[in-house]
Design a protein around this ligand. Sequence first.
Ligand SMILES: Cc1ncc(COP(=O)(O)O)c(C=O)c1O
Length: 460
Amino acid sequence: MTAVSPGFSPVELQQAARDHLWLHFTRMGGYAEAELPVIVRGEGCYLEDSNGKRYLDALAGLFAVNIGYSYGDEIGQAAHEQMRELPFYTNWSSAHPRAIELAATVAELAPGDLTRVFFVSGGSEAIESAWKLARQYHTARGERRWKAISRNVAYHGTTMGALSINGIPALRTPFEPLVPSVAHARNTNRYHRPPEETEEQFTRFLLDDLEHVIDAEGADTIAVVIMEPVQNAGGAFTPPAGYFSGVREICDRHGILLCADEVITGFGRIGHWFACEKYDVQPDLVTCAKGLSSAYASIGAVITTDKVMEPFLEEKSMFSHGITFGGHPVMCAIALKNIEIMKRDRIVDGVRENENMYRSTLEQLLELPIAGDLRGAGCFYALELVKDKETKEGFSDEESETLLRGFLSPQFFERGLICRSDDRGDPVVQISPPLIAGQAEFDEMTGIIGDVLTEASQRI
Ligand SMILES: Cc1ncc(COP(=O)(O)O)c(C=O)c1O
């Protein structure tokens, strides 16, 4: 077999990985005997491993490779030119052209008055920075507010601040005590609500809950409410009508900043540059990362308004926060090229145009007895799995473990599909391919998921 990496045969890669590489969120013990997947190249929506096996990537890396894997030459050229011109300089007390151009480009794409851009290296840093910015904004205006409110089961990253904002107990508990203080409101999961509840009643119920959480914490202690427009963890929870305008109104009434975490939804996944546009919400802060460069670079950003920046424009005032690599010129050049490609190849329009096709293709899966609910928007879906469709009864923790980790994930992989079965809330299969996926890719995904779930149903 040909070497897939200089100096390492596939067998040597396996051994070196076992000896040296610590994988993220991975039960490393599971690979003591089993072969570790080593992905060596990508093209379009497909990946290839070190054994030459092809996979359809129904997860776009990690909800990130929005333009797919085939733009390496073009983006590599932009990175190369930037490397030659200026491989690095910081955004601390000075600037460089690519950061300025990217800030202006992002400001033009972001909805409404979101025109100020602070660059970071990824999603967790964006969340971390947004919380710090919110805290310092209130301090600068003479108010001591430090708390954040987010939602149950939401994932917002892993650094201590971002982790503290997460609403997933299993991720939080090992690292307690966390950063004070975060409280969690209900998320917009409608599947398990009473069937007779109208959308309007559901919205009211959620907003009352949020109001209750804010009251219990003390509204004047809360710096920021952080929510994804469509919540990923738990399975693509879309907001009911009127929800975000209600959240905006509550935040305004209590002087709380509203942050939309668009780390996944930003840059096209929902069929708009920012999902806030679709749901007609004007946040004070937006966090973004993955799609900003389609994951060709490690770059993220906090985007905010003149209102939030104003206290920092006074002569002796500054946001006391910075990251060496935030707005790295090569990362900015890559993100600029990514956005140019997305515009030129009409990637975001394409998601809107294909949305009905995506949904109707995936809806075929609802015929399976194990498939309870399909939800999501744009090119971002989740299929909730249930034991009993009539009663919507879910699986116990043990059953989830056996079904998801023990059967579904390895089976998808075995059949050439990279697709996540997730049990951070009720068990779901997440479907979020590169935004260039067409009918053929959706048919293939649906076929494989359907076959594997049919087998899973028979096992239950
Ligand atoms: C909504 C959301 N926010 C924040 C993050 C953290 O991003 P990163 O992994 O780049 O730190 C993620 C990562 O998946 C995410 O999905």
